[in-house]
Design a protein around this ligand. Structure first.
Ligand code: 3PG
Ligand code: MG
Length: 376
């Protein structure tokens, strides 16, 4: 897909440039109350674009959302920690307050767009992780200013776009995460594209229920069972776990087969499933992984996710990991640098695969047409 890129903009020297970033990073709170960035990938990933603009003499203002504040300031969504990290990585960039502190952002209110573009000459979108949101800062400025994709956004679209058109086969997708309903569209779309679809994580229980298994107290969406039955009839190979790690009363952790005993909750795939999934991944020439296999934050339920992360790292095909949780898992277990492309967008990458386009990308193409910019 062609997009206007940095080189397509008018000369940025001496211009004021608004850069939409996705600095929605995971934060935790230290014992003394300080908010700590758990993974700064999304900030580091924007540096090439910001440097490119600064090197050419632009005056750069960055903006981002952080968390999901409901249109009003609150301490836990203050961008302070992000501002501090950004200043270390690339000094000289101003960062606006959290965009979602204003209700105009999510509502795509014209008055909020007016405020964002006031005094700006150019707009750059480098917020791949938020490109699926038709929010003011994403779709508004391209209607007002000559606009382009930053380096990160352009690279994400190039890599993920290749999956849609000509993936090397076998193409194996591994999906986890908690809800089938969140991923239904992408599951359908992937079934048309991949050779094997591997399902783990919380959502596998609705599929296990659909294949007639007992799921105990596991997370499930009863109103999705019929849909899962229909998906399981697909001609594409679908691998579900054949064993599970479950948690029961009095913190009892055990391994079971495909059936979860009453009173127990499935929280990870078992070793047999992990081995089968790893075998399928090993043979792939393209792998897309989105969503952990279990509750990997708890060491009792991390083994399935580690096995998948290891298999993806070892795979000789082209490997892509998308989604904050799987990217965080790959980083936590030390596999990130052995993955070909760690996407900064979870929801965005899945929606791009499902729809073939995103509101943020469409806005940039329309802007190029309106302002007569080239695309590449
Ligand atoms: C993300 O982390 O998924 C993106 O930053 C988008 O955030 P949102 O899901 O809150 O819109
Ligand atoms: Mg999200």
């Amino acid at each position: 897909m062609s997009l206007p890129q940095l080189e397509d903009l008018p000369d940025p020297s001496g211009k004021r440039v608004l850069v939409r970033c996705d600095f929605n990073v995971p934060l935790s709170t230290a014992a003394d109350g300080t908010r700590v960035i758990e993974d700064d990938l999304r900030i580091r990933a924007a540096v090439p674009t910001l440097r490119w603009l600064l090197d050419r003499g632009a005056e750069v203002t960055a903006c981002t959302h952080l968390g999901r504040p409901k249109g009003a300031p609150d301490a836990k969504s203050d961008v302070g920690p992000v501002r501090a990290r950004l200043a270390e990585l690339v000094p000289g960039v101003r960062l606006l307050d959290n965009l979602r502190w204003d209700s105009g952002e999510e509502a795509n209110a014209p008055a909020f767009v007016d405020r964002l573009v006031a005094d700006q000459d150019l707009y750059v979108d480098d917020a791949f992780g938020a490109a699926h949101r038709a929010h003011a800062s994403i779709v508004g400025p391209p209607t007002r200013l000559p606009s382009a994709a930053g380096r990160l956004l352009a690279r994400e679209v190039e890599v993920l776009g290749a999956l849609l058109h000509d993936p090397k086969r076998p193409f194996v997708a591994v999906l986890g995460g908690s809800k089938v309903s969140d991923k239904l569209g992408v599951i359908r779309s992937l079934l048309d594209k991949v050779d094997t679809l591997i399902l783990g994580g919380g959502m596998c229980f609705t599929f296990l229920a659909a294949s007639g298994h007992h799921i105990g107290e596991s997370l499930a969406e009863p109103d999705m069972v019929a849909t899962c039955q229909e998906l399981l009839e697909s001609d594409t190979e679908i691998l579900l776990p054949t064993d599970l790690v479950v948690l029961g009363p009095d913190d009892d952790v055990r391994q079971v087969g495909e059936d979860v005993p009453p009173g127990y909750r499935g929280l990870d795939i078992g070793p047999g499933s992990a081995a089968a999934f790893a075998d399928a991944i090993a043979d792939a020439r393209t792998v897309l992984w989105n969503g952990p296999m279990g509750v990997f934050e708890d060491p009792r339920f991390e083994a399935g996710t580690i096995a998948v992360a290891y298999a993806v790292a070892e795979c000789r095909g082209f490997t892509i990991v998308g989604g904050g949780d799987s990217a965080a898992a790959a980083a936590k277990f030390g596999f990130s640098d052995r993955i070909d492309h760690v996407s900064t967008g979870g929801g965005a990458s899945l929606e791009l695969i499902e729809q073939g386009d995103l509101p943020g990308l469409a806005a940039l193409r329309a802007s190029a047409a309106a302002f007569g910019l080239g695309m590449r």
